[in-house]
Every structure is written in C-alpha cells, then in structure tokens.
Design a protein around this ligand. Structure first.
Ligand code: NAD
Length: 241
C-alpha cells in the first residue's frame, strides 16, 4: 500500500529537476498527481513516463506568476477530483545573478514573482479545495539560503553566497509558511530546504542527487494529521531559521 493511496496532489514546477521526481514518487505512492510548469514539452514527457509505469498523472501549463493559469488549474482540480490533499509549492528560479549593489527592485521583482508571489497565489487559490481533505498538507520548497542561521554559519557553503534576490525570496517564503501554518491550524504547512542538489537551477553543481533533494519534501507531503506544522526541515530533520 502506498503512502498516498487515493490522495490528490498538486506540484508546481514539475517538468524537470526535483518537481519531476516528486511527481513520479507521489504517483508510485498511489497519488493522483496534477503538476504544472511552463516547460510544456518536458512536462508532457514526465506525464507519459509516469503513466507508462501505471501511475496517475496530469500535466497542465501553469505559470505560477499567472493568475489566469492558476484559476484554470483550480477549475480542472474541482471538475476532476473535487478536493486536494497535498500541495507542493516547488517552482523556483534563481533570478538575477547581479552583484548585490547592482540589484534593484526590478531584479528582485522578477525573482519574487515566482518564489514569493507564486506560492501565495497558488496556496490561496487551493485553500478551498484543501479544506475538503481529511488531512490537508502544504509543502513550501525553500532553501538553506533562506535561513539566517545557515547563511551566517561559516561552516555552511550557503554562508559564502552573497546575493539579494534568491536568498531574501526564500526568507520571505519561510515567514509566509509560518504565517499560513498559524492561519490554517487544521492544515500541516511546512517548509523544506532540499539541500544543494544537482539540477538545472545550479548547472548541476550540487553534490546531492535529485532523489536525495526530494527526501524531506516527500516526508512532509505524507505526514499524518498529528505531524508537525509551521516547521522548517531538511532531509536530516529540523533546520534553524
Ligand atoms: P529546476 O530548475 O530543475 O526546476 C525548477 C522548475 O520550476 C523548472 O521545471 C521550471 O520550469 C519551473 N518553474 C520556474 N518558474 C516557474 C513558473 N513561473 N511557473 C511554473 N513553473 C516554473 O530546479 P530545482 O532544483 O528542481 O528546484 C526546485 C525547487 O528547489 C526550487 O524552489 C528551488 O529554489 C529549490 N531549491 C533547489 C536547490 C538545489 O540545489 N537544486 C537547493 C535549495 C532549494
């Protein structure tokens, strides 16, 4: 028996990288997986691969920065399933690689549109459907770069990154997570640092495999109603804010 048998899960940014692995793992665990991205050709290939394994997957074109796309996704989920059990806000971009002093509001806005406003847009849109679940779970995909503790610890590789956009977008996402957890006490809302993982996001420089990167995400997507909420985790356990 799978950990997500009969559950309906929605993943943003599922056409490649960690999101694609999350979609495949959730389907193997028995979930009906709806996943969206802006890379339609890749998304459809992931959908076909999951279906070839006997899994249930539906790919949709979903830009988290587009209100219209998400309204359409909600409509699809309502029509097909009538509820949502698991939402993973996984889509993310590095954004501008400009130096700190070269980074202005326009560069920040481009990064925040996906990493901050995206999860807010998507979560708000799906709360009514999540309320129809017996055990609604929301997983936000952040980064160690969003942690003040990690980025000020000289023993951590994240402390050597000096940038305004991506790290501050993930710090904002961390705070947004704890506020949603307080506003939705009947939900389990948690945020994850996948760890430094080999994906296109970092030119495949990360030492972890994508499967290792998704460990904590899968764990929090499958917790029971007595599991944690408002927490920040990596694959080894709780992470300092
Ligand atoms: P990736 O680049 O392989 O995948 C990101 C996916 O998000 C892509 O398929 C991309 O098309 C999609 N995406 C980007 N903008 C989008 C939008 N506006 N709407 C919908 N989809 C969009 O990177 P990844 O490493 O798999 O990243 C997944 C998440 O993990 C991100 O939130 C990232 O910030 C986070 N993360 C990654 C690492 C790492 O080392 N790879 C570390 C910490 C956190």
């Amino acid at each position: 028996m799978g950990k997500l048998d009969g559950k309906v899960a929605l993943i943003s940014g599922g056409a490649r990288g960690q999101g694609a692995v999350e979609a495949a793992v959730f389907a193997r665990e028995g979930a009906k997986v709806v996943f969206g991205d802006v890379r339609d050709d890749e998304g459809r290939k992931v959908e076909a691969a999951i279906r070839a394994e006997g899994g249930h997957a539906v790919y949709l074109h979903l830009d988290v920065a587009s209100e219209a796309d998400w309204q359409r996704a909600v409509h699809t989920a309502v029509e097909r399933y009538g509820r949502l059990d698991v939402l993973v806000n996984n889509a993310g971009v590095v954004g501008s690689r400009a130096e700190v002093l070269e980074t202005g509001p326009a560069e920040l806005l481009a990064c925040y549109a996906t990493n901050v406003f995206g999860p807010v847009r998507v979560t708000r849109a799906f709360v009514p459907l999540l309320r129809r679940s017996a055990n609604p779970r929301v997983v936000m995909v952040s980064s160690g770069l969003g942690s003040f503790a990690v980025t000020t610890d000289p023993s951590r590789i994240e402390s050597r990154i000096v940038a305004l956009g991506y790290p501050s977008s993930k710090s904002a996402l961390n705070m947004i997570t704890t506020q949603y957890a307080k506003a939705l006490p009947e939900f389990r809302v948690n945020v994850v640092d996948p760890g430094y993982t080999a994906t296109d996001l970092n030119g495949h420089s990360g030492p972890q495999t994508v499967e290792q990167g998704t460990d904590a995400i899968v764990e929090l997507a499958t917790i029971g109603p007595d599991g944690p909420t408002g927490g920040y985790f990596d694959r080894t356990g709780p992470l300092a804010w």
